[in-house]
Design a protein around this ligand. Structure first.
Ligand code: ZN
Length: 253
């Protein structure tokens, strides 16, 4: 995909009205003919799906081993094509994912296989793919540092990173001499409420590379899985540093 090789930061390419490409021709049908209830053609490139499932499972093993996906929480996804994403099925152990634990949804979050029900949080993944044409992978985890920081910074509504060398791990940042904002949105079980908060931030023209949800965890993404993992590791590291400073200084954000 051409957009995988673009270098400008993703937020600069956020779009208000993503264009939908026509269904791929000549691709392999994943689950047989598209069910009549499926509003778009269920044509998926099987090789692409298998490659994505492999990368999602590898990410799950690595992030699970770090303790960032406790108690079957967290979810991961990758863009399959202009209209579809592969996403983890709710409730599975993210450290032991197999191909049966990954399902295909359209970019409105609807499952292509009517037997499978995507987790509610799938809507936040597909929102990222709709808003960022170049986003290729989305990671959502629940590490301890992410959860604690989300509570500490909830009242302020944002974590501002300044002066950290590792800010350069985020696409588009080339110096520690910059400000990287990570918003903290109020938690809700209504994904439409959370999606509106994300839309509000983006519609204000503010850069967005990830966000915390209060008492919950983090979402971040990248042009592909390696970039998404680099962003997640960098944000986790930066949050741990901020928490250490708060502890050592005995101050509150
Ligand atoms: Zn979650």
């Amino acid at each position: 995909m051409r957009e995988l090789h673009q270098t400008a930061p993703l937020w600069q390419r956020a779009s208000q009205k993503p264009r939908r490409a026509p269904p791929r021709r000549g691709s392999v049908t994943l689950t047989g003919p598209a069910p009549r209830s499926t509003p778009i053609a269920a044509q998926i490139d099987r090789a692409r799906l298998e490659a994505c499932a492999h990368q999602i499972a590898a990410a799950g093993r690595a992030l699970g081993a770090l303790g960032w996906t406790p108690a079957t929480s967290s979810n991961f996804s990758m863009r399959l094509d202009a209209q579809h994403a592969a996403v983890t099925i709710s409730g599975r152990d993210k450290g032991q994912l197999g191909s049966d634990d990954i399902m295909v949804v359209d970019l409105d979050g609807r499952a292509l296989d009517p037997q499978l029900r995507p987790s509610a949080e799938t809507a936040l993944h597909t929102q990222i793919y709709r808003r960022f044409a170049a986003a290729g992978a989305v990671l959502h985890t629940h590490s301890r540092a992410q959860s604690v920081a989300s509570r500490l910074f909830a009242a302020r509504g944002v974590v501002r990173f300044e002066g950290w060398e590792l800010q350069k791990a985020i696409a588009g940042y080339s110096s520690h001499d910059s400000v990287l904002e990570l918003p903290v949105f109020a938690n809700s079980q209504d994904m439409a409420v959370l999606a509106r908060a994300v839309d509000g931030w983006l519609d204000a023209g503010r850069p967005l590379h990830g966000y915390l949800i209060d008492g919950h965890g983090i979402y971040t993404w990248g042009k592909d899985m390696p970039e998404a993992r680099r962003h997640l590791e960098a944000l986790q590291f930066l949050l741990e540093c901020e928490l250490d400073l708060i502890r050592l200084r005995g101050t509150r954000p």
